[in-house]
Design a protein around this ligand. Sequence first.
Ligand SMILES: Cc1cc2nc3c(=O)[nH]c(=O)nc-3n(C[C@H](O)[C@H](O)[C@H](O)COP(=O)(O)OP(=O)(O)OC[C@H]3O[C@@H](n4cnc5c(N)ncnc54)[C@H](O)[C@@H]3O)c2cc1C
Length: 387
Amino acid sequence: MNFDLTPEQDQLRDAVRALGRKYGHGYFVEKARAGEHTTELWDDAGRLGYLGVNIPTEYGGGGGGITELAIVCEELAAAGCPLLLLVVSPAIVATVIAKHGTDDQRERFLPGMADGSLKVVFAITEPEAGSNFHRLGTVARRDGDDWVLSGRKCYISGVDEAQYVLVVARTEDASTGKLKPALFVVPTDAPGLTHSKLDMEIVSPENQFLLYLDDVRLPADALVGESLDAGLPALFAGLNPERITVAAMGAGTGRYAIERASDYTATRKVWGGRSIGSHQGVSHPLAHAAVQVELARLMIYKAATLYDAGRDLEAGVAGNMAKYAAGEAAALAVDTAVQALGGAGMTTEYGVATLLGAVRAGRIAPVSREMILNFVAQHVLGQDKSY
Ligand SMILES: Cc1cc2nc3c(=O)[nH]c(=O)nc-3n(C[C@H](O)[C@H](O)[C@H](O)COP(=O)(O)OP(=O)(O)OC[C@H]3O[C@@H](n4cnc5c(N)ncnc54)[C@H](O)[C@@H]3O)c2cc1C
């Protein structure tokens, strides 16, 4: 058993940390408040190769795995810059295209995703279907060689900054009630595709959107893979990377909050010469949160290692557990940090309360804590499905 990163992974961690600190949480919040995107950070990360660490080298990537991408997600978040689009574009979409796309799709999409010039977002959630993607109502209809897509999606992150969206639809003749998914790469400026911004209580430069597909006509090669049979494996290919990288982002956010609070409590004095951190009522909750974050990190890197070794089923269990643990740990860490900072915890200046919305959302998306518990109850504990 080896808990060490390789020297290359260590170097990557240090380099990404340096980039994240160059920008920092102040920059992230400033962009969010101005309704702008973190374009400078994204472009720098792309230029330095961090956005493509998991993309094969023949397409301009680093040739690493989800472990490397988790390191990038964690370290940027630990610097106060949790970038959700890392989870969407390089983790989900690049994996789906690299593993299940056609040669032409790999050549068209992967180099741009590797250098960050191309963002592709991901749309599965629908208003009616919610957590139950077997009920997806976005339908893909064949018309000659073309595909025609109709449906509605919600909470889709980053539509305004992406050139394409990977849409999960179902084929019209899949009338068994079971989802036969089909994935399509849809240009965000395609006729018939419109979006409207959702107002969210999250301080983030990345936004969520309602997406309307009204007879969006696509050429045959918009379908991911060589045939409709690629749909289900392609969809599942994206899920483990999504869970692992979103968990890494949560763990990084937790680390960031605990570091901010510990720096403060070690020096803040309101009772004579003692720091407030010398009181166990202040230090123990922070120490407890630090333990939870570290435990989540263990599961994240276990899941990433299993995934990169091609052990998908085990990675599925570990990835779900990691996502659950990191979601809870991040929410605990940020809440605890706010409390330890007292009034300063609620100021914008100290940069912790600004993360409350994001970590709360991390217990809901991209898969809720309840759906993970359902998964563990069924697949690990052998319980009957409750729904
Ligand atoms: C910030 C943010 C970004 C997002 N980005 C994207 C994106 O880029 N692309 C995308 O496709 N989606 C995105 N989503 C959507 C997200 O994946 C969904 O919100 C999430 O999967 C939950 O679905 P829902 O909101 O429809 O909740 P619902 O399915 O309506 O569930 C509501 C509540 O009921 C619980 N529940 C439902 N069914 C069960 C059950 N059987 N057993 C126990 N509990 C149950 C859920 O856990 C949840 O707590 C995003 C959401 C947020 C908040």
